[in-house]
Design a protein around this ligand. Structure first.
Ligand code: PLP
Length: 315
């Protein structure tokens, strides 16, 4: 199994990982894009993130389908069919040796050879990489719950401006809110949409549980694959789900709150601003969803094994 060193280049240290770009697999430290790439200059890029847990991809096909929809909406082209794409992602993980990995596929608008301002003239750039699994919540927070702040001073970019179903890096609203939250003592934050309803947080969807029903925002948020998995778990376990407008009162009165992301899974919230949620500990429904979510990581219906001794790259 290849184990490239943790990269140090130009005085910077990179996480141990493997990337694929321009037809080659590279140590993470060597995977670079030009400063002229529209992905950087205009945030003209889409991406998707899937995780590998205990050597298995979780719901990879759903992530590839969502990536394809994002690419089509942005009129970006990736020169790989689904089998080749899957092969590249598996090979990044295999070469990294990571049993628990955060795996990203992205496509930037790229560079126009003449620095033209016409996006049709740019050459789209596909990049994939696998680095160690990262989570929105640390181990203590996953066990005991996060201290979440609802931030009112920054509103989520409206879906009329940027379609949230195109998974994107337009994160200045989310990052600004994070700093406002950190100043107030938050561990993470959730923001509202322009109508004043609850939207989402930096890299996660949110669920409130009230009287046994799960509520989650529908409009103006990314329809996360973890959120979708919660719907599937709820159907199996017999929990009612209401995907629609979630107002501040519903969130503040919730019996339980949890957040969902590929980066961490199902993560309980124990405090909202200065108030404990429920009894201040992860709630029963949250824990039930958590257990099924991780059990499904061993279910072949939802997983794809990485053969760390093989070579998956479709040549
Ligand atoms: N919302 C936003 C803005 C995100 O960036 C993400 C993931 O990165 C999510 C929600 C959760 O989506 P998923 O469950 O597919 O990881």
């Amino acid at each position: 199994m290849t184990q490239p060193d943790v990269g140090r280049i130009d005085g910077l240290t990179y996480p141990h990982g493997v990337a694929y770009m321009a037809g080659r697999f590279l140590p993470m430290s060597e995977a670079r894009i030009s400063v002229l790439d529209w992905g950087l200059l205009h945030s003209d890029v889409t991406y998707d993130t899937v995780h590998v847990w205990d050597g298995k991809f979780f719901r990879l096909d759903l992530h590839i389908e969502r990536f394809r929809r994002s690419l089509a909406k942005l009129r970006l082209t990736v020169p790989h069919d689904d089998d080749a794409l899957r092969g590249i992602l598996i090979e990044c993980v295999r070469r990294s040796g990571h049993r628990n990995a955060y795996v990203e596929m992205l496509c930037t608008r790229g560079i126009s050879p003449t620095f033209s301002r016409d996006p049709r003239e740019a050459l789209n750039q596909f990049v994939a990489f696998a680095v160690p699994f990262g989570s929105v919540a640390n181990a203590r927070q996953v066990k005991e719950g996060l201290h979440l702040y609802l931030i009112d001073s920054v509103r989520r970019i409206p879906p009329e401006s940027v379609d949230p179903q195109i998974k994107n890096y337009h994160w200045l609203d989310l990052v600004t809110a994070q700093f406002h939250g950190f100043d107030a003592g938050a561990e993470t934050v959730v923001i509202k949409d322009m109508d004043g309803n609850i939207a989402e947080g930096p890299g996660f969807n949110i669920f409130a549980v009230k009287n046994g029903t799960l509520y989650t925002p529908e409009r103006g948020v990314l329809h996360g694959i973890t959120r979708r998995t919660v719907f599937d778990i709820a159907a199996q376990e017999g929990f009612a789900v209401n995907a629609g407008a979630v107002d501040e009162t519903l969130l503040r009165d919730a019996d339980e709150i949890f957040i969902t992301s590929t980066a961490g899974g199902i993560m309980p919230v124990s405090r909202l601003n200065d108030t404990p949620v429920g009894n201040g500990r992860p709630g029963e429904i949250t824990q039930a969803v958590f257990r099924v979510y991780w059990a499904w990581h061993n279910d072949p219906a939802y997983t794809l094994d990485v053969d760390y001794d093989g070579d998956h790259h479709a040549r």
